[in-house]
Design a protein around this ligand. Structure first.
Ligand code: ZN
Length: 299
């Protein structure tokens, strides 16, 4: 591929996930993913970002700016230092922003991957640009983004860590150092545990969905228990934010019909806000697209 206007360069977006990194760019107001790289828990930030930079510079000798979205606590005022990275342990404390700046000689912005996804989703019309919306990802952990009138509310920088709000003091220990965190009860491992507790068997969430959909009683009960905890957390958030509504995404959101009624039951018991919970349509490009848009806006 090539660029007609190399002097100005393009806005690039990088979405680093637990399994893959996606790299794309905005050209002529269109965004597309042009390359993916494998990641994984042994992925080293310098190695991956060097490979990505070599690829970008081979395509675009002078990128206009680059956005990077990755999981964890991102110190944005420090230029993109990763303070805590649960899924990519070697990225803890990495100054991802400076690594990319040095390699690419271009402005770089780094943000949480959930926030980058939200920006991509807002600009794709998947999240309304009016109202106060909470975007929640239900997966191994629980990610969150607060969106007011199309803008992310950061607080002092680390807002949206809903997964680490305490729902049971003295509860299940969390890798974050706390215990009883919401994601220990409404994350993927919790869902698996609810099934194992009933049957003594360990199966994947995907198999649980198949079983529950075909009427299997323990699988349905496990989803009901999971939903209870989802509802408790959403009620806490509704009481704090009085949002227009919630959008949920992440791997477990697709099974919403299996846990929505038990979530709603808890929600109604614990807060009096309207239940406005929608599935956010999955978009395989939104994370990298949002990162590229952040680069264009902030750099
Ligand atoms: Zn935690």
């Amino acid at each position: 591929m090539g660029f007609s206007n190399k002097a100005e360069g393009a806005y690039w977006g990088i979405d680093v996930g637990g399994s893959y990194a996606k790299v794309g760019c905005i050209t002529n107001e269109c965004f597309r993913i042009v390359k993916t790289f494998p990641t994984g828990e042994n992925c080293h930030p310098e190695d991956l970002l060097r490979k990505i930079s070599e690829f970008i510079l081979a395509e675009d000798t002078k990128p206009a700016a680059v956005g990077l979205g990755t999981a964890g606590l991102i110190d944005r005022p420090a230029g993109g230092v990763i303070r805590f990275s649960p899924n990519l342990p070697l990225w803890n404390s990495a100054n991802a922003g400076n690594i990319l700046r040095n390699l690419l000689k271009a402005p770089v912005v780094v943000d949480n991957d959930c926030n980058a996804f939200a920006v991509g989703a807002i600009n794709s019309g998947l999240i309304p640009s009016e109202g106060l919306w909470l975007f929640i990802t239900l997966g191994t952990g629980i990610g969150g983004t607060i969106i007011n009138r199309g803008e992310i509310i950061y607080g002092t920088g680390y807002s949206g860590e809903f997964g680490h709000t305490t729902v049971r003091e003295g509860g299940i220990p969390c890798p974050c150092g706390s215990d009883g965190c919401w994601e220990r009860y409404a994350g993927k491992n919790a869902l698996k545990w609810y099934y194992t507790r009933l049957t003594g068997q360990k199966i994947s969430p995907r198999d649980m969905v198949l079983l529950a959909s075909s009427g299997d009683i323990p699988a349905r009960e496990a989803f009901r228990e999971y939903g209870r905890w989802v509802g408790i957390g959403l009620a806490n958030l509704a009481n704090c934010f009085s949002p227009t509504g919630f959008f949920i995404g992440g791997g477990l959101s697709a099974a919403l019909s299996l846990f929505e009624s038990s979530a709603l039951q808890q929600y109604k018991r614990r807060c009096k806000h309207h239940w406005n919970v929608s599935l956010l349509k999955d978009s395989p490009v939104a994370g990298a697209y949002g990162a590229a848009l952040m680069a264009r806006k902030q750099c």
